[in-house]
Design a protein around this ligand. Structure first.
Ligand code: ZN
Length: 303
């Protein structure tokens, strides 16, 4: 387990779900009030709590847990986590809130889509309605000491996605809206499962670019500089995937052929494909699932 201070107000914990390093990071932002960004999955809540302890942050002082969206790896552990944080409220997109109160459907869907990985992450626990705050675009959380978080609605990866911009350190906590950053390879990879809304996903990237962040703090994984450049690169990558998928569908190609062409033409994926496909969590399914998001999107568009 690995927890450290990034700057005067921001800390990071590597959650290491089932011992897998460099895959899920959560962030703590501290002014006079304290916020945790992302809960991670249920299976790594214990690691999160020991990370807090290592950073000398008490459970009582946490005021809010902000989740980018309710997928298991981001918000799935929030119900479990809130048991240990007596004063904290959960902030989640309004379309995700009801699934946090009644997580049964979320758990069912997650098992369908993720299979064994969902079992590994663990089942989400219900959160009492009165501990949930619905986050919305433009909402400001003033943490005191000049630390302010602005919420941006950044739907596309999911219909219930938020990103968080901390103004004084100029960090953008992007959830899954800016893709996955494989920090050890310095590579960005799309995270675009079904149902993908590409046009709104691109608009969300534009919105983050307009905020001119200095650093992007990904959930997968870690903070990186040149934020605007990375966001622009991600938008181009999504457009490249769309073009390849469209061409392949017109020619009646299979998912496997589309995968091969993407590996060939996308310099990032080319560099990262074998790493991704042998990764204990991302594995063989991830690229194909993300391509499938594009396939359904392009088919919808073609009518
Ligand atoms: Zn994710």
């Amino acid at each position: 387990m690995h927890a450290r201070k990034l700057d005067d107000s921001v800390y990071m914990i590597d959650l290491m779900p089932q011992g897998v390093k460099n895959f899920i990071s959560v962030y703590i932002v501290k002014g006079e009030k304290t916020v945790i960004i992302e809960s991670g999955p249920a299976c790594s809540v214990e690691n999160l709590l020991s990370g807090l302890q290592m950073l000398n942050i008490s459970r009582e002082e946490v005021d809010y847990v902000l989740v980018s969206h309710i997928h298991l790896d981001h918000g799935g552990g929030s119900g479990t986590l809130l048991h240990f944080l007596p004063n904290a409220h959960l902030v989640v997109h309004q379309r995700g809130a009801k699934h946090m109160v009644h997580p049964e459907k979320l758990w069912l869907m997650a098992r369908k889509v993720l299979g064994k990985v969902a079992e590994m992450y663990g089942a989400p626990e219900s959160i009492p309605k009165e501990r949930i705050i619905e986050g919305y675009d433009g909402m400001i959380l003033d943490l005191g000491n000049n630390v302010r978080i602005e919420i941006l609605e950044t739907v596309g990866h999911a219909s219930h996605h938020l990103s968080f911009h901390e103004h004084s350190s100029n960090k953008m906590f992007s959830g899954d809206a800016a893709g996955i950053y494989l920090n050890t390879l310095d590579v960005i990879v799309p995270t675009t499962p079904e149902p993908l809304y590409l046009d709104v996903a691109l608009a969300a990237i534009e919105k983050m670019i307009r905020a001119k962040p200095e650093m992007l703090c990904y959930t997968h994984f870690g903070c990186a500089g040149n934020a605007v450049e990375k966001l622009e690169a991600y938008a181009s990558q999504l457009k490249l995937w769309e073009r390849i998928v469209r061409e392949c569908l017109i020619n009646g190609e299979s998912l496997e052929v589309i995968r091969e062409r993407i590996v060939e033409e996308d310099v990032y994926v080319n560099k990262a494909a074998s790493f991704i496909e042998s990764h204990p969590i991302m594995g063989q399914r991830m690229l194909l699932q993300n391509i499938q998001g594009f396939v359904s999107y392009v088919k919808r568009k073609m009518g």
